[in-house]
Design a protein. Structure first.
Length: 206
């Protein structure tokens, strides 16, 4: 009788342990699912922001360097984060030289300055939403290092953020621009024709 009871207890312990392991696995899976896959978008021939992207295209046309080191990017992030924030033109990014000399700019100014400093043709200038559903657009840089994509947002952060560690509702790209290419992303909702209307969506106003 005693042996049967002990066997029953051991069986319950094993069952409890299996359930605990299963629960832990499901929790880990849920956390991994909460992290958004990196949305690199699909190539497009037109975006609603094209008429404001002349400074971006000019900078990207001059990018001929190789991928910088992570240490270099860390230093640039700290430098850009130290620039004072000021929102001036709601649509056109300031030339990088102006942002550097004044040490001031908004998110699109800082993002374009950072692209110029990186000198990496694979980098992307991104327009999107820092939080899904936000009424304000935001700009940042997507940069690839050793096969992994990083979010470089020196308006809000002093260090790179691994893009695959960000949740689905954060840093939602709408459109991005690289050297000789434009991309449309899955974050676009509603009528894309109104995305860049002056009454609703300045280019990365904050």
């Amino acid at each position: 009788m005693h042996g049967a009871y002990e066997s029953y207890c051991n069986s319950n312990k094993h069952r409890t342990m299996k359930l605990s392991i299963l629960s832990l696995s499901l929790l880990l899976l849920a956390k991994l699912s909460a992290s958004a896959a990196v949305d690199l978008g699909s190539s497009t021939s037109h975006t609603p922001y094209d008429s404001y992207m002349a400074p971006v295209k000019q900078v990207f046309s001059s990018l001929h360097g190789s991928a910088p080191s992570m240490d270099r990017v860390d230093a640039l992030m700290r430098q850009g984060r130290g620039f004072r924030y000021a929102h001036t033109d709601p649509y056109n990014p300031a030339p990088p030289q102006q942002t550097a000399s004044r040490k001031v700019g908004d998110c699109k100014d800082k993002a374009l300055w950072l692209c110029d400093q990186l000198q990496d043709p694979s980098a992307r200038f991104v327009i999107g939403k820092m939080k899904r559903g936000s009424s304000i657009s935001h700009a940042w840089v997507m940069w690839q290092h050793e096969g992994r994509w990083w979010i470089l947002d020196c308006t809000m952060n002093a260090a790179p953020i691994a893009a695959d560690s960000v949740g689905n509702n954060d840093y939602v790209p709408l459109y991005s621009f690289s050297k000789g290419a434009e991309y449309r992303h899955s974050g676009i909702t509603g009528s894309v024709a109104s995305v860049a209307s002056k009454s609703k969506a300045p280019v990365a106003a904050n």
